[in-house]
Each structure stands twice: as structure tokens, then as C-alpha cells.
Design a protein around this ligand. Structure first.
Ligand SMILES: Cc1ncc(C[n+]2csc(CCOP(=O)(O)OP(=O)(O)O)c2C)c(N)n1
Ligand SMILES: [Mg+2]
Length: 287
């Protein structure tokens, strides 16, 4: 990746953060922590990795994204607005009556949203179905899915893990937003799934996935890891076995609330009240 490309993605991530903070701050409450931790990933997905067309949000040949941790919807709305899926003004209607942007993702309300989510565990399972259906329809598309580390406490996540490897869904590329915090505590104290000797990479690999750990705020590293997943899928096509390989899980080590001093690294950032003045100050600090 060129220096210019990296700088472009970093700028996109910053713009996504600004829109996310602005939208939630304008409303006064929301899931700011888990939204900000995926901004860099969303920048890489929508400004490099995914084939999407804002003018045709439902085009059959698009790559899909399922935001399984649907409470981080505002970060995806910031991304979709930046990409041109809908007018920026919509961001100030977040979670208000009659809005097209509910707090959690709804595929029937928002252009560019591929799956309704919010009930943790279900999104990754839906992503498996989408990837499987696209293969049946011989569509050359990738399905991406983002789950939370706390969400990974849901048994349904591991049912999806079994399904995807059994059916060799090598065009499914999933990410765990490993920000080490969940609703009211650290993952280490509530359900330590990523501890030395029994970590996320080993768990997903044991379920038959190609799994690796990636620094989650490094756009270049995220892009390279997605490129490797795409190369693996292309190799299985070259071998004459479309969809013959492993699904990919990238464990992104992230920081909850990344980029906003008023909430970064705090468990309390999960669903936080903050006023518009605080939002404006954090946006100015991003530069
Ligand atoms: C099935 C289900 N149970 C409980 C909740 C309530 N809930 C919303 S977010 C959350 C914590 C999720 O933690 P994590 O996946 O780590 O999210 P992040 O840190 O990325 O915000 C919980 C328990 C829910 N949305 N769905
Ligand atoms: Mg978390």
C-alpha cells in the first residue's frame, strides 16, 4: 500500500470518528465506546476492501457487511454518510422518532445496511447464511462481519463458527473487535476468552478458521490481513474448488472509545451520556 493510500484511510477513519461523536453527542447518549473502536476497520472496509456503490445500495454484486455488534450502528452510519449513501444531515436524526438511523442497525430503514442486528450472536450467524447463499447463487462477493469480544460469550457465535468451517465459507471474513471491555466490566473479569494459553486465535483456529491477531487501529495492517484472506479465497478458485477453503477471523486488538479523551479506555463508555459541547471539544481535538 502506498503512503498516500495509508494517509487516505487514516483521514477516512478520523472523519468517521468525527461523525460518530457528533451524531451521538447531538442526541446526548449512545454506544460511543464500541463505535469508536471499529472506526479504523470501517475505513479500510468501505474505502478499500469492499465493492459497494452508494448509488445502488442493494446491487447484487456488492460485498456485504453484517455489523453483528449492532449497538455500534452510529459508527457505520458515519461511514455510510461519508461514503455518500445518504445525506450527512441524517446523522442528526440518530435514534429520534421517524428516523432512518435507529441506534441499532436495521436493513429496512437505512441504505447500505445489509442486516438488522442488535441481538448479540445473531449477526455472525446471519452472515454465514448470506455467505452460503451467495455461493449457491455463484456470486463473486465477500461477506464481512464484525462481532464484539463480549458478544463472543454468546453460544450462537460458536455455532456459527462450526457452520462456516464445515461449509468452507472462505468468502466470509469476520472480525472480533477485541477492545477487552463489555457492558459493565472487562472481558477478563466477566468471561476471559482471550487469555494466555487459551486465546481467541487458538479458539477460532480450533474451529477450522484461518485466524490471526491484528493491531486494530493500524489501517495498513488491517488492509494487509484482508488482502491475505482474499488471496486465500482466490487460491481455492484457482484450485477449481470455489469456496473450498477456510473462513477467516481477524482478532483486532483495539481500545474502547479510541480517539476521544472523554471516554477512551473507560468501561463507562459502553453506553454513555455526554452533551454536545463535549462532542464538539472531542471533534476539535481530532484535528
Ligand atoms: C442477546 C443480547 N444480550 C444482551 C444485549 C445487551 N448488550 C448490548 S451491548 C452488550 C455488551 C457487548 O459487549 P461487546 O461485544 O464487547 O461490545 P463492545 O465492547 O464492542 O461495545 C450487551 C450485553 C444484547 N444487545 N443482545
Ligand atoms: Mg468489547
Amino acid at each position: 500500500m502506498t503512503k498516500e493510500e495509508t494517509a487516505g484511510l487514516e483521514t477516512a477513519a478520523k472523519e468517521i470518528r468525527k461523525r460518530t461523536i457528533d451524531a451521538i453527542g447531538f442526541l446526548g447518549v449512545g454506544h460511543i465506546g464500541g463505535a469508536l473502536s471499529i472506526a479504523d476497520l470501517l475505513a479500510v472496509l468501505y474505502f478499500r476492501a469492499m465493492r459497494v456503490d452508494p448509488a445502488e445500495p442493494r446491487m447484487a454484486s456488492r460485498d456485504r457487511l453484517v455489523l453483528s455488534k449492532g449497538h455500534a450502528g452510529p459508527a457505520l452510519y458515519g461511514t455510510l454518510a461519508l461514503k455518500g449513501f445518504f445525506p450527512e444531515e441524517w446523522l442528526h436524526t440518530l435514534n429520534k422518532g421517524g428516523t432512518n438511523l435507529p441506534s441499532h442497525c436495521d436493513r429496512n430503514k437505512t441504505p447500505g445496511i445489509d442486516m438488522t442486528t442488535g441481538s448479540l450472536g445473531q449477526g455472525i450467524s446471519a452472515a454465514c447464511g448470506i455467505a452460503y447463499a451467495n455461493r449457491m447463487d455463484a456470486r463473486d462477493v465477500f461477506t464481512f462481519a464484525i462481532i464484539g469480544d463480549g458478544e463472543s460469550d454468546e453460544g450462537m457465535v460458536w455455532e456459527a463458527a462450526m457452520f462456516a468451517s464445515h461449509y468452507k465459507l472462505d468468502r466470509l471474513v469476520a472480525f472480533t473487535d477485541n477492545n477487552r471491555m463489555q457492558i459493565d466490566g472487562t472481558t477478563a473479569e466477566i468471561m476471559g476468552l482471550d487469555s494466555p494459553g487459551s486465546d481467541f486465535v487458538a479458539k477460532w483456529a480450533a474451529f477450522g478458521w484461518a485466524a490471526e491477531r491484528v493491531p486494530g487501529h493500524d489501517v495498513e495492517a488491517i488492509a494487509a490481513a484482508i488482502d491475505r484472506a482474499k488471496a486465500r479465497a482466490a487460491a481455492s478458485v484457482a484450485n477449481g474448488s470455489v469456496g473450498g477453503g477456510k473462513p477467516t477471523m481477524l482478532i483486532l486488538d483495539t481500545v474502547k472509545g479510541k480517539g476521544a479523551a472523554f471516554c477512551e479506555g473507560q468501561v463507562g463508555s459502553h453506553n454513555m451520556n455526554f452533551d454536545y459541547e463535549t462532542a464538539k471539544k472531542a471533534i476539535a481535538e481530532l484535528g
